[in-house]
Design a binder for this molecule. Structure first.
Ligand SMILES: [Zn+2]
Ligand SMILES: [Zn+2]
Length: 165
């Protein structure tokens, strides 16, 4: 989706609404599609007091696995996107603004990048996920296993020291 910005830049108060889909089904983790459904992107570009902004929301479903117990997770994901657009930049190294010298903005690569930057690095099936037993691999959310907790070797040495006194 490409948006022509000349009219927006030249007219204070101008607004342009947009909506489109971004298909990210090509991204998968161990064979499973991370985003089985396309993202619906809804937003607008508007000129307020001669500052041009793009604001949008990208919504889809993310399918992944719990970081602790490896259980399947499918949850709604909503990514807010907001950028200030400028037609020229004085300071080349300014990351706060999106430079659109051509006055044509290609939304898909920009919003795709925002989606990936917004993804949480760790996802849990629930906040208090108990994870897997490191010894037998049982999912501790389904109940305690019969493994004994190993004794801390430092405590064991201390115990022997005290016993021998
Ligand atoms: Zn979990
Ligand atoms: Zn166990």
């Amino acid at each position: 989706m490409v948006i022509e910005l000349e009219y927006i830049f030249n007219n204070e108060g101008a607004t342009l609404d947009f909506d489109f889909y971004i298909d990210l089904s090509a991204y998968s983790i161990s064979g499973n599609k991370l985003f089985p459904k396309p993202f619906l992107v809804e937003g607008k570009v508007f000129n307020k007091t001669n500052i041009v902004r793009m604001k949008a929301t990208a919504v889809s479903v993310m399918r992944t696995q719990c970081d602790r117990c490896a259980g399947d997770i499918e949850e709604r994901i909503e990514v807010p996107v907001e950028h200030i657009l400028v037609a020229s930049l004085n300071d080349e190294n300014n990351d706060d603004f999106i430079l659109v010298e051509s006055l044509c903005l290609e939304l898909e690569p920009l919003i795709t990048e925002d989606i990936f930057l917004a993804l949480p690095s760790r996802i849990l099936c629930k906040n208090d996920c108990k994870g897997l037993c490191p010894y037998c691999g049982q999912n501790l959310n389904n109940g305690q296993c019969s493994c004994q907790k190993p004794v801390d070797p430092r405590l064991e040495a201390l115990k022997q020291l005290l016993d021998n006194q």
